[in-house]
Design a protein around this ligand. Structure first.
Ligand code: 4NP
Length: 163
């Protein structure tokens, strides 16, 4: 279950990792693509950010972008931004990629969860940080993100009025 939207008829999802160049950008691109395919692109706003500010303004990590591109997604438009506390007021649902990100957001609350809480295969799993590892880590992130964003779309659809 995900929280009800603050404003009926639209839904806002904020995806948060550490650097906003690997995990949350990958989830952002895949979720946007799934929402467009579901015809919900205009009703659901997705943002992503990092709790750290080292990469603000940068494009996606090239390994993350390559993994997405190979799988048929457009990774070109991403620019990294840093989470600011006020973002919480603009989101219906904030999804943190790992437990450290969750702690940095102030922990779980009515609108703040772990992204992996919606993972249909490994409920409650962290999305492991691939930054210091090899290409296999990015493939694993993509698999987690693909199955979890499918679940997110299905949950968000239930929170919107039937067309
Ligand atoms: P992300 O990965 O949180 O998935 O974007 C990282 C990117 C950069 C750094 C750490 C994690 N960094 O330390 O610069």
């Amino acid at each position: 279950m995900i929280p009800a939207p603050r404003d009926p008829g639209r839904y806002r999802v904020a995806l948060v990792c550490l650097g906003n160049i690997c995990r949350s950008p990958m989830a952002h691109v895949v979720l946007d693509s799934r929402l467009d395919d579901a015809g919900l692109g205009d009703l659901v706003q997705v943002t992503s950010s990092g709790t750290g500010g080292w990469h603000v303004g940068d494009p996606m990590d090239r390994r993350a972008a390559a993994t997405l591109t190979t799988a048929g997604y457009d990774a070109s438009r991403h620019r990294a931004r840093q989470w600011v506390t006020g973002d919480a007021d603009d989101a219906d649902l904030v999804l943190a990629m790992d437990h450290q990100n969750l702690a940095d957001l102030g922990g779980r609350s009515a609108r703040v969860m772990l992204f992996g809480d919606l993972d249909p295969l490994q409920g409650g799993a962290e999305v492991p940080d691939p930054y210091y590892g090899g290409d296999a880590g990015f493939e694993e992130v993509l698999r987690m993100v693909e199955r979890t964003t499918t679940e997110i779309v299905s949950e968000v659809r239930k929170s919107l009025p039937t067309p």
